[in-house]
Design a protein around this ligand. Structure first.
Ligand code: CA
Length: 228
């Protein structure tokens, strides 16, 4: 099992260093960001399993870092706040932080909450780490981005893979173009939904047509479906 990686976003070096030592002692891998911008960048990395985010940061505040991370990521976030200010905590939880601790805190309590969150929440990485999906003779392996039909490898681009994965995860459900766009392309994409039809065509040529099956069905005027 991989070591879980925790990112500490904290401008006070003494606290960051202290947390780093404690977390490493507990067997976690640790990365540190000393300001909000750095924290936002590092927090987007796929291999981060949990973020400890100080609220009072120079430049980009912890609240803002949390808000922006939540646009693309469900990585667990524990906020640290020096103030016993209830409105900060409410704001933090409202915009998607999973938990908070008020400084000074007992490190044992922080460690306990980290354990709970790591068990409960899926990290960036774990969302594509749930194993294998199978429909008929088609097999999609999330751990290594492999798709096989009857054991024969199908070469897909990353987007094609993600689209197929999303459709297989939601098998037997009609998926609208808007929903696919939102879930597979996400917030980075500002074009129209025609892109979905283009990618469905790519998948059909690589799977349906190649193996002479009817995997991806069109639901006229609505979207697409993969049936079990
Ligand atoms: Ca601070």
């Amino acid at each position: 099992m991989d070591k879980k990686k925790i990112l500490i976003v904290e401008d006070e070096q003494k606290i960051a260093r202290f947390l780093e030592l404690e977390l490493k002692y507990e067997g976690y891998e640790v990365d540190i960001a000393n300001n909000g911008r750095d924290g936002l960048e590092k927090g987007k990395a796929e291999d981060v399993d949990l973020i400890i985010l100080d609220l009072m940061l120079p430049g980009l505040s912890g609240i803002e870092v949390c808000r922006r991370l939540r646009q693309t990521s469900e990585v667990p976030i524990i906020m640290l706040t020096a103030k016993d200010d209830i409105s900060d905590k409410v704001t933090g939880l409202d915009i998607g932080a999973d938990d908070y601790m008020t400084k000074p805190f007992a490190v044992e309590e922080l460690l306990a909450r980290i354990r709970v969150l790591l068990k409960r929440t899926k990290s960036n990485k774990d969302r594509t780490d749930l194993g294998t999906l199978e429909i008929g003779r088609l097999k999609l392996c999330k751990n290594n981005y492999k798709v096989e039909f009857d054991g024969e490898l199908i070469e897909l681009t990353k987007k094609e893979f993600e689209l197929l994965e999303f459709m297989m995860l939601n098998k037997n459900i009609v998926l609208t173009r808007e929903k696919i766009l939102d879930k597979v392309w996400g917030y980075d994409y500002f074009g129209d939904t025609n892109i979905i039809d283009v990618y469905i065509r790519y998948l059909r040529s690589k799977i349906d047509q190649k193996y002479n099956i009817n995997l991806i069905e069109t639901v006229r005027g609505v979207g697409y479906i993969i049936r079990d």
